[in-house]
Design a protein around this ligand. Structure first.
Ligand code: ADP
Ligand code: ASP
Ligand code: MG
Length: 395
Protein backbone atom coordinates (compact mmCIF):
# COMPACT_ATOMS: atom_id res chain seq x y z
CA UNK A 1 0.00 0.00 0.00
CA UNK A 2 1.59 3.26 -1.12
CA UNK A 3 0.77 6.84 -0.35
CA UNK A 4 0.41 8.90 -3.49
CA UNK A 5 -0.13 12.61 -3.96
CA UNK A 6 -2.40 13.40 -6.89
CA UNK A 7 -2.57 17.00 -8.12
CA UNK A 8 -5.18 18.15 -10.62
CA UNK A 9 -4.68 21.36 -12.61
CA UNK A 10 -7.28 23.84 -13.85
CA UNK A 11 -8.35 22.13 -17.09
CA UNK A 12 -8.71 18.80 -15.24
CA UNK A 13 -11.38 20.33 -12.97
CA UNK A 14 -12.94 22.82 -15.39
CA UNK A 15 -16.55 21.61 -14.96
CA UNK A 16 -18.63 19.05 -13.06
CA UNK A 17 -18.12 16.34 -15.71
CA UNK A 18 -14.36 16.78 -15.49
CA UNK A 19 -14.52 16.75 -11.68
CA UNK A 20 -16.44 13.46 -11.79
CA UNK A 21 -13.71 12.09 -14.08
CA UNK A 22 -11.09 13.22 -11.55
CA UNK A 23 -12.99 11.43 -8.77
CA UNK A 24 -12.84 8.22 -10.84
CA UNK A 25 -9.07 8.61 -11.30
CA UNK A 26 -8.68 8.96 -7.52
CA UNK A 27 -11.02 5.99 -6.94
CA UNK A 28 -8.84 3.88 -9.24
CA UNK A 29 -5.86 4.54 -6.97
CA UNK A 30 -7.89 3.57 -3.88
CA UNK A 31 -9.17 0.43 -5.64
CA UNK A 32 -5.53 -0.45 -6.39
CA UNK A 33 -4.96 -0.46 -2.63
CA UNK A 34 -3.15 2.87 -2.40
CA UNK A 35 -3.78 5.91 -0.21
CA UNK A 36 -4.33 9.20 -1.97
CA UNK A 37 -3.82 12.78 -0.86
CA UNK A 38 -5.26 15.18 -3.41
CA UNK A 39 -4.18 18.74 -4.27
CA UNK A 40 -6.30 20.89 -6.56
CA UNK A 41 -5.99 24.11 -8.56
CA UNK A 42 -8.79 26.53 -9.32
CA UNK A 43 -11.10 25.63 -12.22
CA UNK A 44 -9.56 26.84 -15.50
CA UNK A 45 -9.94 30.56 -16.10
CA UNK A 46 -10.93 31.29 -12.49
CA UNK A 47 -7.54 32.52 -11.26
CA UNK A 48 -7.05 34.67 -14.39
CA UNK A 49 -10.39 36.29 -13.67
CA UNK A 50 -9.50 36.87 -10.01
CA UNK A 51 -6.14 38.40 -11.01
CA UNK A 52 -7.91 40.74 -13.40
CA UNK A 53 -10.46 41.79 -10.72
CA UNK A 54 -7.66 42.42 -8.22
CA UNK A 55 -5.68 44.51 -10.69
CA UNK A 56 -8.70 46.64 -11.61
CA UNK A 57 -8.75 47.79 -7.98
CA UNK A 58 -4.99 48.31 -7.85
CA UNK A 59 -4.03 45.10 -5.99
CA UNK A 60 -0.90 43.54 -7.50
CA UNK A 61 1.43 40.66 -6.69
CA UNK A 62 3.10 41.54 -3.40
CA UNK A 63 -0.04 43.05 -1.87
CA UNK A 64 -1.80 41.19 0.94
CA UNK A 65 -5.25 41.56 -0.60
CA UNK A 66 -3.98 40.27 -3.95
CA UNK A 67 -3.29 36.91 -2.27
CA UNK A 68 -6.60 36.96 -0.41
CA UNK A 69 -8.40 37.45 -3.73
CA UNK A 70 -6.50 35.13 -6.08
CA UNK A 71 -6.32 32.19 -3.64
CA UNK A 72 -10.09 31.84 -3.44
CA UNK A 73 -10.59 29.71 -6.58
CA UNK A 74 -8.93 26.63 -5.09
CA UNK A 75 -11.41 26.46 -2.20
CA UNK A 76 -14.30 25.95 -4.61
CA UNK A 77 -12.50 23.11 -6.39
CA UNK A 78 -11.45 21.40 -3.15
CA UNK A 79 -15.05 21.31 -1.96
CA UNK A 80 -16.35 20.10 -5.32
CA UNK A 81 -13.77 17.32 -5.65
CA UNK A 82 -14.39 16.13 -2.07
CA UNK A 83 -18.12 16.17 -2.76
CA UNK A 84 -17.70 14.16 -5.97
CA UNK A 85 -15.66 11.56 -4.10
CA UNK A 86 -18.44 11.27 -1.57
CA UNK A 87 -20.83 10.74 -4.47
CA UNK A 88 -18.75 7.63 -5.28
CA UNK A 89 -19.00 6.42 -1.70
CA UNK A 90 -15.43 7.46 -0.77
CA UNK A 91 -14.84 9.24 2.54
CA UNK A 92 -13.42 12.65 1.71
CA UNK A 93 -13.18 16.23 2.94
CA UNK A 94 -11.60 19.45 1.78
CA UNK A 95 -8.72 21.10 3.62
CA UNK A 96 -7.78 24.71 2.98
CA UNK A 97 -4.04 25.24 3.37
CA UNK A 98 -4.57 27.39 6.51
CA UNK A 99 -6.51 24.58 8.17
CA UNK A 100 -3.51 22.23 8.11
CA UNK A 101 -1.65 24.66 8.23
CA UNK A 102 0.94 25.12 5.47
CA UNK A 103 2.97 27.89 7.11
CA UNK A 104 4.89 30.32 4.89
CA UNK A 105 6.87 33.52 5.18
CA UNK A 106 5.08 36.77 4.35
CA UNK A 107 6.37 37.22 0.78
CA UNK A 108 2.91 37.76 -0.68
CA UNK A 109 2.53 36.46 -4.23
CA UNK A 110 5.66 34.28 -4.02
CA UNK A 111 5.64 32.87 -0.50
CA UNK A 112 8.16 30.30 0.72
CA UNK A 113 6.98 27.31 2.73
CA UNK A 114 8.40 27.19 6.26
CA UNK A 115 6.56 24.14 7.61
CA UNK A 116 3.61 21.84 6.99
CA UNK A 117 1.62 20.28 9.80
CA UNK A 118 0.69 16.85 8.48
CA UNK A 119 -1.12 15.62 11.61
CA UNK A 120 -4.69 16.09 10.31
CA UNK A 121 -3.81 14.63 6.90
CA UNK A 122 -2.19 11.53 8.38
CA UNK A 123 -5.11 10.95 10.74
CA UNK A 124 -7.62 11.36 7.93
CA UNK A 125 -5.78 9.02 5.57
CA UNK A 126 -5.23 6.47 8.36
CA UNK A 127 -8.99 6.33 8.80
CA UNK A 128 -9.54 5.57 5.13
CA UNK A 129 -10.33 9.09 3.92
CA UNK A 130 -9.09 11.12 0.96
CA UNK A 131 -8.11 14.67 1.93
CA UNK A 132 -8.45 17.29 -0.82
CA UNK A 133 -6.14 20.27 -0.25
CA UNK A 134 -6.30 23.74 -1.82
CA UNK A 135 -3.14 24.19 -3.87
CA UNK A 136 -1.19 27.41 -4.51
CA UNK A 137 -1.42 28.83 -0.98
CA UNK A 138 -0.40 28.90 2.64
CA UNK A 139 -0.73 31.10 5.68
CA UNK A 140 1.93 33.35 7.20
CA UNK A 141 2.64 34.10 10.87
CA UNK A 142 0.38 37.14 10.68
CA UNK A 143 -2.52 34.74 9.88
CA UNK A 144 -2.87 36.09 6.34
CA UNK A 145 -3.29 33.89 3.28
CA UNK A 146 -0.22 33.83 1.00
CA UNK A 147 0.23 32.42 -2.51
CA UNK A 148 3.10 30.71 -4.33
CA UNK A 149 3.08 32.43 -7.74
CA UNK A 150 1.23 31.32 -10.88
CA UNK A 151 1.19 27.56 -11.32
CA UNK A 152 1.81 27.24 -7.58
CA UNK A 153 -0.44 24.24 -6.97
CA UNK A 154 2.45 22.17 -8.34
CA UNK A 155 4.52 23.52 -5.46
CA UNK A 156 1.85 22.53 -2.92
CA UNK A 157 1.75 19.01 -4.37
CA UNK A 158 5.53 18.60 -4.16
CA UNK A 159 5.73 20.06 -0.66
CA UNK A 160 2.92 17.81 0.60
CA UNK A 161 4.66 14.82 -1.03
CA UNK A 162 7.89 15.69 0.74
CA UNK A 163 6.18 16.25 4.08
CA UNK A 164 4.30 12.94 3.90
CA UNK A 165 7.14 10.96 2.31
CA UNK A 166 4.80 10.04 -0.58
CA UNK A 167 5.87 7.38 -3.06
CA UNK A 168 5.29 9.71 -6.00
CA UNK A 169 3.81 13.11 -6.79
CA UNK A 170 1.45 12.75 -9.75
CA UNK A 171 0.67 15.96 -11.60
CA UNK A 172 -2.46 15.49 -13.74
CA UNK A 173 -2.93 18.00 -16.55
CA UNK A 174 -4.32 18.42 -20.09
CA UNK A 175 -1.33 16.89 -21.92
CA UNK A 176 0.03 13.33 -21.56
CA UNK A 177 3.37 14.33 -20.11
CA UNK A 178 6.38 16.54 -20.63
CA UNK A 179 7.04 16.95 -24.34
CA UNK A 180 10.10 18.00 -26.33
CA UNK A 181 8.28 21.34 -26.84
CA UNK A 182 4.86 22.71 -25.96
CA UNK A 183 2.56 20.28 -27.85
CA UNK A 184 -0.06 23.04 -28.20
CA UNK A 185 2.44 24.99 -30.36
CA UNK A 186 4.54 22.22 -31.86
CA UNK A 187 2.17 19.48 -33.11
CA UNK A 188 4.91 16.90 -33.67
CA UNK A 189 6.52 17.31 -30.26
CA UNK A 190 7.41 13.96 -28.67
CA UNK A 191 6.68 12.85 -25.13
CA UNK A 192 9.76 12.49 -22.90
CA UNK A 193 9.33 9.34 -20.77
CA UNK A 194 11.97 10.23 -18.22
CA UNK A 195 13.60 13.58 -17.73
CA UNK A 196 16.37 14.61 -15.39
CA UNK A 197 15.53 17.12 -12.64
CA UNK A 198 18.00 19.71 -13.91
CA UNK A 199 16.74 19.53 -17.50
CA UNK A 200 13.15 19.83 -16.26
CA UNK A 201 14.13 22.81 -14.15
CA UNK A 202 15.73 24.46 -17.18
CA UNK A 203 12.66 23.67 -19.31
CA UNK A 204 10.30 25.16 -16.71
CA UNK A 205 12.52 28.14 -16.04
CA UNK A 206 12.78 28.82 -19.77
CA UNK A 207 8.99 28.88 -20.26
CA UNK A 208 7.56 25.32 -20.27
CA UNK A 209 4.65 26.00 -17.95
CA UNK A 210 3.68 22.32 -17.64
CA UNK A 211 5.47 22.41 -14.27
CA UNK A 212 6.12 25.46 -12.12
CA UNK A 213 9.90 25.99 -11.85
CA UNK A 214 9.68 26.56 -8.07
CA UNK A 215 7.96 23.18 -7.71
CA UNK A 216 10.75 21.44 -9.64
CA UNK A 217 13.33 23.18 -7.46
CA UNK A 218 11.48 22.01 -4.34
CA UNK A 219 11.36 18.45 -5.73
CA UNK A 220 15.12 18.50 -6.35
CA UNK A 221 15.87 19.77 -2.85
CA UNK A 222 13.60 17.21 -1.23
CA UNK A 223 14.11 14.21 -3.53
CA UNK A 224 10.48 14.06 -4.62
CA UNK A 225 9.86 11.96 -7.73
CA UNK A 226 7.28 13.65 -9.94
CA UNK A 227 5.19 12.23 -12.74
CA UNK A 228 3.22 14.31 -15.26
CA UNK A 229 0.12 12.56 -16.64
CA UNK A 230 -3.05 13.41 -18.49
CA UNK A 231 -6.40 13.38 -16.69
CA UNK A 232 -8.06 13.07 -20.12
CA UNK A 233 -6.41 9.96 -21.55
CA UNK A 234 -4.60 6.98 -20.04
CA UNK A 235 -0.85 6.76 -20.39
CA UNK A 236 2.41 6.27 -18.56
CA UNK A 237 3.25 9.98 -18.47
CA UNK A 238 6.71 11.44 -17.84
CA UNK A 239 8.83 10.77 -14.76
CA UNK A 240 11.02 13.55 -13.38
CA UNK A 241 13.94 12.31 -11.28
CA UNK A 242 17.64 11.53 -11.63
CA UNK A 243 18.41 10.47 -15.21
CA UNK A 244 21.33 10.82 -17.55
CA UNK A 245 21.16 13.50 -20.24
CA UNK A 246 22.65 12.48 -23.56
CA UNK A 247 21.56 14.99 -26.19
CA UNK A 248 19.15 17.84 -26.84
CA UNK A 249 16.25 17.21 -24.45
CA UNK A 250 13.73 19.78 -25.53
CA UNK A 251 12.89 23.37 -26.40
CA UNK A 252 11.08 26.04 -24.42
CA UNK A 253 9.60 29.35 -25.48
CA UNK A 254 9.41 32.53 -23.46
CA UNK A 255 7.47 35.11 -25.43
CA UNK A 256 6.51 38.79 -25.49
CA UNK A 257 9.63 40.16 -23.87
CA UNK A 258 10.14 43.93 -23.68
CA UNK A 259 13.32 45.93 -23.30
CA UNK A 260 13.75 48.39 -20.43
CA UNK A 261 16.75 50.36 -19.20
CA UNK A 262 17.27 50.61 -15.47
CA UNK A 263 19.52 53.46 -14.28
CA UNK A 264 21.37 53.24 -10.96
CA UNK A 265 23.94 55.28 -9.01
CA UNK A 266 26.69 52.77 -8.37
CA UNK A 267 27.81 49.13 -8.58
CA UNK A 268 26.49 48.42 -5.12
CA UNK A 269 22.99 49.40 -6.23
CA UNK A 270 23.36 47.28 -9.39
CA UNK A 271 24.25 44.25 -7.25
CA UNK A 272 21.30 44.93 -4.96
CA UNK A 273 18.93 45.20 -7.94
CA UNK A 274 20.10 41.82 -9.25
CA UNK A 275 19.74 40.38 -5.75
CA UNK A 276 16.25 41.87 -5.60
CA UNK A 277 15.31 40.21 -8.91
CA UNK A 278 16.62 36.85 -7.76
CA UNK A 279 14.94 37.01 -4.36
CA UNK A 280 11.65 37.90 -6.02
CA UNK A 281 12.07 35.22 -8.68
CA UNK A 282 11.82 37.80 -11.45
CA UNK A 283 13.03 36.36 -14.75
CA UNK A 284 15.20 38.80 -16.70
CA UNK A 285 17.95 38.79 -19.33
CA UNK A 286 20.63 41.46 -19.35
CA UNK A 287 21.53 42.72 -22.84
CA UNK A 288 23.70 45.76 -21.91
CA UNK A 289 25.42 46.69 -18.66
CA UNK A 290 27.44 49.86 -18.00
CA UNK A 291 28.53 51.73 -14.83
CA UNK A 292 25.27 53.63 -14.66
CA UNK A 293 22.56 51.52 -16.32
CA UNK A 294 21.57 48.11 -17.61
CA UNK A 295 19.19 47.15 -20.39
CA UNK A 296 17.16 44.07 -19.64
CA UNK A 297 14.37 41.99 -21.19
CA UNK A 298 11.32 41.14 -19.07
CA UNK A 299 7.92 39.66 -19.84
CA UNK A 300 5.34 42.29 -20.78
CA UNK A 301 2.81 40.91 -18.28
CA UNK A 302 5.29 41.34 -15.45
CA UNK A 303 6.49 44.79 -16.52
CA UNK A 304 4.13 46.70 -14.24
CA UNK A 305 4.99 44.65 -11.14
CA UNK A 306 8.71 44.80 -11.81
CA UNK A 307 8.95 48.53 -12.41
CA UNK A 308 6.62 49.35 -9.48
CA UNK A 309 8.72 47.23 -7.11
CA UNK A 310 11.98 48.63 -8.45
CA UNK A 311 10.86 52.21 -8.02
CA UNK A 312 9.63 51.40 -4.51
CA UNK A 313 13.00 49.79 -3.64
CA UNK A 314 14.79 53.14 -3.92
CA UNK A 315 17.64 51.46 -5.81
CA UNK A 316 16.93 52.91 -9.24
CA UNK A 317 17.31 56.45 -10.55
CA UNK A 318 15.16 56.10 -13.64
CA UNK A 319 13.50 53.45 -15.84
CA UNK A 320 13.15 53.80 -19.62
CA UNK A 321 10.64 51.63 -21.49
CA UNK A 322 12.68 51.16 -24.66
CA UNK A 323 10.35 48.77 -26.54
CA UNK A 324 7.39 51.10 -25.96
CA UNK A 325 9.31 54.39 -26.50
CA UNK A 326 10.90 53.24 -29.77
CA UNK A 327 7.96 51.20 -30.99
CA UNK A 328 10.20 48.15 -31.21
CA UNK A 329 8.80 44.63 -31.76
CA UNK A 330 8.51 42.37 -28.72
CA UNK A 331 11.06 39.57 -28.70
CA UNK A 332 10.84 35.89 -27.79
CA UNK A 333 13.47 33.58 -26.44
CA UNK A 334 13.76 29.98 -27.62
CA UNK A 335 15.91 27.86 -25.32
CA UNK A 336 17.37 24.61 -26.63
CA UNK A 337 18.03 22.47 -23.55
CA UNK A 338 20.50 19.59 -23.24
CA UNK A 339 23.91 18.65 -24.58
CA UNK A 340 24.69 20.27 -27.91
CA UNK A 341 27.07 19.63 -30.77
CA UNK A 342 29.67 22.27 -31.77
CA UNK A 343 27.84 22.90 -35.05
CA UNK A 344 24.44 23.47 -33.48
CA UNK A 345 24.49 27.29 -33.57
CA UNK A 346 25.39 27.46 -37.24
CA UNK A 347 22.79 24.82 -38.04
CA UNK A 348 20.11 26.73 -36.15
CA UNK A 349 20.94 29.88 -38.15
CA UNK A 350 20.60 27.95 -41.41
CA UNK A 351 17.34 26.37 -40.23
CA UNK A 352 15.89 29.80 -39.45
CA UNK A 353 17.08 31.17 -42.79
CA UNK A 354 15.18 28.37 -44.52
CA UNK A 355 11.93 29.79 -43.05
CA UNK A 356 12.99 33.41 -43.71
CA UNK A 357 13.57 34.28 -40.08
CA UNK A 358 16.61 36.14 -38.85
CA UNK A 359 17.76 35.38 -35.33
CA UNK A 360 18.26 38.62 -33.38
CA UNK A 361 20.90 36.92 -31.29
CA UNK A 362 22.14 33.42 -30.42
CA UNK A 363 24.09 32.68 -27.27
CA UNK A 364 25.65 29.40 -26.18
CA UNK A 365 25.98 27.98 -22.71
CA UNK A 366 27.24 24.62 -21.48
CA UNK A 367 23.91 22.84 -21.56
CA UNK A 368 21.73 25.23 -23.53
CA UNK A 369 21.54 27.56 -26.52
CA UNK A 370 19.34 30.64 -26.49
CA UNK A 371 17.90 31.98 -29.74
CA UNK A 372 16.21 35.40 -29.85
CA UNK A 373 13.60 36.11 -32.52
CA UNK A 374 10.77 38.62 -33.00
CA UNK A 375 7.62 37.46 -31.21
CA UNK A 376 5.54 37.68 -34.38
CA UNK A 377 7.39 34.67 -35.88
CA UNK A 378 8.38 32.78 -32.74
CA UNK A 379 6.04 29.81 -33.30
CA UNK A 380 7.35 29.23 -36.84
CA UNK A 381 10.91 29.50 -35.52
CA UNK A 382 10.18 27.07 -32.65
CA UNK A 383 8.66 24.48 -35.01
CA UNK A 384 11.56 24.80 -37.45
CA UNK A 385 14.24 24.43 -34.77
CA UNK A 386 12.31 21.56 -33.15
CA UNK A 387 12.07 19.76 -36.50
CA UNK A 388 15.78 20.14 -36.96
CA UNK A 389 16.94 19.25 -33.44
CA UNK A 390 14.43 16.62 -32.37
CA UNK A 391 12.49 15.20 -35.31
CA UNK A 392 15.42 14.91 -37.70
CA UNK A 393 17.54 13.81 -34.77
CA UNK A 394 20.39 16.23 -35.49
CA UNK A 395 21.36 16.48 -31.87
P1 ADP B 1 -2.56 22.85 -15.34
O1 ADP B 1 -3.74 23.75 -15.38
O2 ADP B 1 -2.93 21.41 -15.38
O3 ADP B 1 -1.61 23.17 -14.23
P2 ADP B 1 -0.82 24.21 -17.19
O4 ADP B 1 -1.57 25.05 -18.20
O5 ADP B 1 -0.19 24.92 -16.06
O6 ADP B 1 -1.81 23.07 -16.70
O7 ADP B 1 0.30 23.35 -17.92
C1 ADP B 1 -0.04 22.50 -18.99
C2 ADP B 1 0.31 23.18 -20.29
O8 ADP B 1 1.71 23.34 -20.39
C3 ADP B 1 -0.03 22.37 -21.53
O9 ADP B 1 -1.37 22.59 -21.93
C4 ADP B 1 0.97 22.87 -22.56
O10 ADP B 1 0.39 23.79 -23.46
C5 ADP B 1 2.02 23.60 -21.74
N1 ADP B 1 3.40 23.20 -22.03
C6 ADP B 1 4.41 24.05 -22.28
N2 ADP B 1 5.54 23.39 -22.53
C7 ADP B 1 5.26 22.07 -22.42
C8 ADP B 1 6.03 20.89 -22.57
N3 ADP B 1 7.34 20.92 -22.87
N4 ADP B 1 5.42 19.70 -22.38
C9 ADP B 1 4.10 19.65 -22.06
N5 ADP B 1 3.32 20.73 -21.93
C10 ADP B 1 3.88 21.94 -22.10
N1 ASP C 1 -4.74 28.51 -9.81
C1 ASP C 1 -3.36 28.96 -9.76
C2 ASP C 1 -2.94 29.57 -11.10
O1 ASP C 1 -3.75 29.60 -12.03
C3 ASP C 1 -2.41 27.90 -9.34
C4 ASP C 1 -2.26 26.75 -10.32
O2 ASP C 1 -3.01 26.61 -11.27
O3 ASP C 1 -1.33 25.95 -10.11
O4 ASP C 1 -1.85 30.03 -11.23
MG1 MG D 1 0.03 24.46 -14.01
Amino acid sequence: MSLIVQKFGGTSVSNIDRIRKVALIIKQEIDNGNMSVVVVSAMSGVTNNLVSLAKQLGAFEGDEEYDAIVSSGEQITAGLVAQSLKELGIRSRSFTAWQLPIVTDDSFGKANIKSINTYALKEYVKNGGVPVITGFQGVCDGARVTTFGRGGSDMTAVAISAALGAEICDIYTDVSGVFTADPMIVPNAKIINSIDYTDMLEMSYSGAKVLQSRAVEYAINNDVIMRVKSSFINGEGSIIGHFETKSVVGLALSDNLERISVFFDNEDHFNKIVEFFNENMIKFDISVKTDSYMTIFVNKDELHNITESLQYSGLVRKIEYLTRMNNEPQLSKITIIGHKTPELVEQVELTLQSVNIKARNISQFRTKVIVWVESCCDKIALNAIHNFCIINGND
